[in-house]
Design a protein around this ligand. Structure first.
Ligand code: AMP
Ligand code: MG
Length: 393
C-alpha cells in the first residue's frame, strides 16, 4: 500500500507462473473436447467434484467428466470446460448430458498464460497504481524499491503578500500561489516544503533562498520580471545558482527563470551539464512569475517535467491530446498561448472549449478548466472543429 503512487526504481521480474496451474474459467464440467464431437449430444460419467482451492484426484478417461468450479485446477486429460448452464445432470446415474461442442482450450486458462517465470512484468519508472499493486500481490511481491520523492521548497516573494488566514490591508493580497504550488507538487509526486513569504528585500530573500537550496528543487514565485523590486534573478545568481534560461516565448509565463545550483561548487558554476539524477547534490531552481496562472502553467510545463525526469518517469514532458474545438476561438499575440480549456470526450473523439479567462492573474477563471489548449504564435481565427493540442491538468 505504501508504494501506491510511487515510482518503481527497478524492473520487476516474475518468479512464478500465473496462473500457477491450468485452471477452469467457468463453473461447469471439465471434459475432453473430443468426447463432445458427436451429433445429437452426449452423456458423460461424472467421476468427482473439484471446488476452488482443491485439486483433482483422478484423470479424465474418455467418456468421463469432472464437476468443476471457477478457479479450480482442471484434471489431467481435460482440455475444455462446459458451462453448467448448457448441461443437465442425472442424480440416479451420476451422468451429465450436453449438446455443446467445444474447441480444445475453451474456458480453460493454461499455466503461465498470463505471466511466465522470468518475464518482466513492470519496468523501472512505472508509477504504481492500484492495478500494479494487485499485479505485484499476485506474484507474491510484497515489497518493491521505489524512487525517492523529490523535496520541493516553495518560496513566495512580494511585499504585498499576506497569509491565507489574514485579512489583506490596502494594496495587499493573499499568498495563494504557495498553496496551489504545493498541491501541484504533491500531484507530480514530490514532497512540498513551504517556506512562507520573503519580502522584496535583499537580506530576507537571501536568507530564504539559502534555506530553499537545501531541497532538491526550489520554486520561487514572483519577482522575476522587469519590476523595480524584481530581485529574484540577481539574488539567485549571488547564491551560486547558475542561470540556464530567463524568459521564454510563452503566454502566460514569459518571465520564467531557471537555473542550477551544483552543491560543493559554492557559486562557481560549472560548464558541464548537471547530473539529472535525484540526490546528485544539485538543486534545480525555478523562478515562476507571480501571476497565479503564470505560476500554474509554468509549473505544468517546466517544473512538473523536471520532477518527472528526476524520478525517472517517462515521458517526462507534457503529452498533448489532439482535440477538436467546440466553438470558434480568436487567437491574438506573438507568443504561443496556453489557454485554460475544458476537454471532453465525445463519441467522435476528444473535443475542447476554451473558458472565459481574463489573463494571467485570473486564477478563478481557470477553475472550470481541466486542461490548457495550445495556440501557436500569431494572429489566427480558429473555426469550430479545428484541431488543437490540449494538455490535461
Ligand atoms: P510579480 O511576478 O512579483 O511581478 O507578481 C506579479 C503579480 O502576481 C502581482 O500582481 C502579484 O501581486 C501577484 N503575485 C505574486 N506572488 C503571488 C502569490 N504568492 N500569490 C498570489 N499572487 C501573487
Ligand atoms: Mg512581486
Amino acid at each position: 500500500m505504501e508504494a501506491l503512487g510511487r515510482t518503481l526504481a527497478e524492473d520487476v521480474v516474475s518468479s512464478i507462473d500465473s496462473p500457477p496451474f491450468d485452471k477452469a474459467l467457468m463453473d461447469g464440467y471439465a471434459v475432453r473436447s473430443a468426447d463432445l464431437a458427436v451429433d445429437g449430444g452426449i452423456s458423460l460419467q461424472v467421476i468427482e467434484e473439484v471446488t476452488a482451492g482443491r485439486v483433482p484426484s483422478r484423470a479424465l478417461e474418455p467418456g468421463t467428466a469432472t464437476r468443476i468450479m471457477t478457479g479450480a485446477p482442471i484434471p489431467e486429460g481435460c482440455d475444455a470446460v462446459v458451462v453448467i448452464e448448457r448441461t443437465t445432470f442425472d442424480e440416479a446415474t451420476q451422468r451429465m448430458s450436453t449438446d455443446m461442442r467445444l474447441k480444445p482450450g475453451s474456458n480453460v486458462l493454461r499455466r503461465a498464460a498470463s505471466v511466465a517465470v522470468g518475464q518482466r512484468v513492470l519496468p523501472a519508472g512505472r508509477v504504481l497504481r492500484a492495478q500494479e499493486l494487485g499485479g505485484l500481490a499476485e506474484l507474491g511481491v510484497s515489497q518493491v524499491p521505489v524512487r525517492r520523492r523529490p523535496r520541493v521548497a516553495v518560496l513566495a516573494t512580494g511585499d504585498e503578500l499576506v497569509p491565507v488566514e489574514a485579512t489583506p490591508g490596502p494594496g495587499q493580497i493573499r499568498n495563494s500561489n504557495e498553496t496551489m504550488l504545493c498541491g501541484q507538487i504533491v500531484q507530480a509526486g514530490g514532497i512540498p516544503v513551504p517556506l512562507g513569504v520573503a519580502k522584496d528585500e535583499r537580506d530576507e530573500l537571501r536568507a530564504k533562498i539559502q534555506q530553499g537550496l537545501a531541497a532538491d528543487v526550489l520554486l520561487l514565485t514572483g519577482g522575476v520580471s522587469a519590476g523595480k523590486l524584481d530581485l529574484v534573478p540577481s539574488e539567485l545568481e549571488a547564491a551560486g545558482v547558475r542561470q540556464v534560461f530567463h524568459k521564454v516565448e510563452v503566454k502566460p509565463g514569459k518571465p520564467v527563470w531557471f537555473g542550477v545550483r551544483e552543491r560543493g561548487e559554492e557559486g562557481q558554476g560549472t560548464q558541464g551539464a548537471p547530473s539529472r539524477t535525484l540526490g546528485a547534490n544539485n538543486c534545480f531552481v525555478f523562478g515562476l512569475p507571480g501571476n497565479p496562472v503564470s505560476s500554474l502553467v509554468c509549473f505544468e510545463l517546466f517544473a512538473r517535467t523536471a520532477l518527472r525526469r528526476l524520478m525517472g518517469v517517462e515521458p517526462a514532458e507534457p503529452q498533448p491530446v489532439r482535440a477538436r474545438l467546440e466553438q470558434p476561438h480568436v487567437a491574438r499575440g506573438d507568443r504561443p498561448t496556453y489557454h485554460p480549456a475544458r476537454l471532453s470526450w465525445s463519441e467522435t473523439g476528444p473535443t475542447v472549449r476554451t473558458v472565459r479567462w481574463h489573463g494571467s492573474s485570473d486564477l478563478c477563471g481557470t477553475l472550470e478548466a481541466n486542461a490548457m489548449a495550445l495556440f501557436p504564435a500569431g494572429d489566427a481565427d480558429y473555426a469550430s472543429g479545428s484541431v488543437v493540442d490540449v494538455f490535461l491538468w
